[in-house]
Design a protein around this ligand. Structure first.
Ligand SMILES: Cc1cc2nc3c(=O)[nH]c(=O)nc-3n(C[C@H](O)[C@H](O)[C@H](O)COP(=O)(O)O)c2cc1C
Length: 161
């Protein structure tokens, strides 16, 4: 069964996000595929962060996370946030961003984004699910082409999951 499941999910295509956060003067962010809206009323969104990631370690103490959609024309942003680790690279010295709601870094080249308050955390295995309540955001009238899993499946992650 595990084999069929792995094959099945590897065939899926789904939007990729860059999730950022900040605690004190430490910023963090990485490419994330494990996400889903999980409630309409109230609006709730879940983000899965790998326990090995620098972003997870910062997010453990964070009250908010920002979730960004990446346009294909800025695909390099997704590859950078997924292929490098904040353990060795200051990602925020190498991309355009500004300080958004609650001081969370917002990527200037994102196609859309929201900041969510962390309501709870679920230890689900090698990832931890962060349940978010969206509190602010920016959405275009319609999306251009977005980075999805098929665009980055060849990428070597900065940290093995
Ligand atoms: C296709 C793909 C999907 C990924 N999905 C996730 C994910 O859902 N959650 C996560 O924490 N990391 C995910 N990663 C891995 C991180 O983006 C990657 O290890 C990153 O370098 C971690 O950076 P950090 O150590 O600065 O947090 C994914 C990477 C790739 C290439």
């Amino acid at each position: 069964m595990a084999e069929a499941f792995e094959r099945l999910v590897s065939l899926l295509d789904y939007p990729m996000f860059v999730v950022t956060t900040r605690v004190g003067d430490e910023s963090a962010g990485c490419l994330v595929g494990f996400t889903s809206q999980v409630s309409i009323r109230p609006p709730r969104f879940m983000v899965g962060l790998s326990k090995r990631n620098h972003t997870y370690r910062v997010a453990e103490g964070a009250k908010h996370l920002a979730v960004h959609l990446v346009p294909r024309q800025h695909g390099e942003l997704a590859r950078f946030f997924g292929g490098e680790t904040g353990d060795r690279t200051d990602k925020f010295a190498r991309c355009a961003w500004h300080s958004g709601p609650n001081g969370i870094p917002i990527l200037d080249d994102a196609a859309g984004w929201f900041v969510g308050e962390v309501l709870s955390r679920y230890d689900v295995g090698d990832h931890v699910g962060f349940l978010l309540e969206p509190i602010a955001g920016s959405a275009p009238d319609k999306f251009e082409q977005l980075v999805s899993f098929s665009d980055v499946r060849d990428l070597d992650p900065g940290h093995k999951a």
